[in-house]
Design a protein around this ligand. Structure first.
Ligand SMILES: C[S@@+](CC[C@H](N)C(=O)[O-])C[C@H]1O[C@@H](n2cnc3c(N)ncnc32)[C@H](O)[C@@H]1O
Length: 368
């Protein structure tokens, strides 16, 4: 079975690495997605264990199409009854970029028709009630290259289940996890986020350091599918539980100027049972004081565009540059969309990496 894991631009390498660690085969990174191979149990493992990808899709077919006839024929030639039971619901959604077939509603209609015709041949009926489990069909068309997929995740994988409410500008969970991985968080480290907001970086860092799989507390749409035995999900969940590192020395310090943000972090951490690893306080960055000899600081300070004027955001960068003292055993990792960041912070980063925070192009600066 072939799969595809779409991800944020810039973290395809991390997704490949984690898929290989989870023993998937033929892992291949492309732009904004990684393809890999596995069997039916891979659906459960990839959904439960993928920290950095957005969802897990079964990749049924890739082909070139520039006419609706070609699209119809290619989709119709897939053995749909192998995947969709008679009562399956199969809504079709997708996107098209730089391609002849650019009308999304037309592509949706053609794909749906082609699936119905294929199923009709197998099931001997021409009208499908679609009252059963959901099998969302996804298509992507990039430069006339079409991919036809079935979504196995349902809600995006960034939804871990701990953040029911967020503050004004939360960072996406998958991006926060990637930032922690790039900063090489270990189970004996002390993590700091002095702009913790709803606590995403602190919680993702704790999960990464203690090997807590991100999907362990949520459900996936493919759990409703008859083709995947319930025991596969049970086995993969037990495997994930066995992999958790208990009793590590990892600790995470979080602070924020906003009292409500600290309460939110508290509530979110409780929801994932990682509250005992976190030490939280209300604090202005001006008064930031490290509590340990060594530390890994990861943060996304306020952005001019979203939360406050650029001038105020830059004042904060200046303060950070003064108080984040370069010393042995410390690394400071900061994401910002401000191209002047290093100048205002007052030092050149040892490493820079382009990352996207939603649609905002950012740089992840590492000082160590
Ligand atoms: C972009 S948000 C961080 C979001 C966070 N990563 C999350 O996922 O929820 C920036 C945070 O910086 C906090 N902040 C603003 N000015 C601050 C200051 N002077 N000192 C400390 N925190 C500050 C805000 O209250 C806000 O929660």
């Amino acid at each position: 079975m072939k799969f595809c894991a779409p991800c944020l631009f810039g973290i395809e390498g991390l997704v490949s690495e984690e898929l290989k660690e989870n023993e998937f085969e033929n892992v291949l990174a492309e732009n904004g997605r990684v393809t890999f191979e596995g069997d039916v149990s891979s659906i459960a493992r990839a959904n439960i264990c993928s920290r950095f990808s957005e969802r897990i899709l079964i990749l049924l077919k890739s082909f070139k199409a520039i006419t609706f006839e070609e699209l119809f024929e290619e989709v119709n030639s897939i053995e749909w009854a192998e995947y969709l039971p008679k009562d399956a619901a199969f809504p079709v959604n997708g996107w098209s970029l730089n391609s002849e077939l650019h009308s999304i509603p037309d592509c949706q209609k053609i794909i749906k028709k082609a699936i119905v015709k294929s199923l009709a041949k197998n099931y001997g009926i021409s009208w499908f009630e679609e009252t059963g489990a959901n099998y969302p069909i996804r298509f992507s068309i990039l430069k006339n290259q079409v991919s036809i997929m079935i979504d196995t995740s349902g809600e995006g994988l960034h939804k871990r289940g701990y953040r029911t409410k967020a503050n004004a500008a939360p960072i996406k969970e998958t991006l926060a996890a990637a930032m922690c991985k790039i900063a090489r968080i270990r189970d004996y480290h002390t993590l700091y986020d002095p702009f913790c907001g709803s606590g995403t970086i602190l919680i993702e860092g704790t999960m990464l350091a203690n090997n807590i799989m991100p999907g362990i507390r949520r459900g996936f749409i493919s759990e409703q599918w008859v083709s995947i035995d319930k025991s596969i999900w049970q086995d993969e969940r037990s495997r994930a539980l066995d992999l958790i590192k208990h009793n590590t020395d990892f600790i995470a310090y979080g602070s924020d100027i906003d009292k409500d943000a600290i309460e939110l972090t508290h509530a979110n951490a409780n929801r994932f049972s990682v509250r005992n690893k976190l030490k939280l306080s209300v604090c202005d960055i001006k008064h930031f004081e490290p509590k340990s000899e060594k530390g890994t600081l990861i943060c996304n300070p306020p952005y001019g565009e979203r939360m406050m004027e650029q001038r105020q955001a830059r004042e904060i960068y200046k303060t950070m540059g003064k108080i984040f003292e370069p010393k042995r055993g410390w690394s400071y990792n900061i994401i910002s969309p401000d191209e002047e960041f290093e100048k205002i912070y007052g030092a050149k980063a040892r490493k820079r990496r382009k990352l996207y925070n939603g649609m905002i192009k950012c740089t992840y600066y590492s000082y160590f």
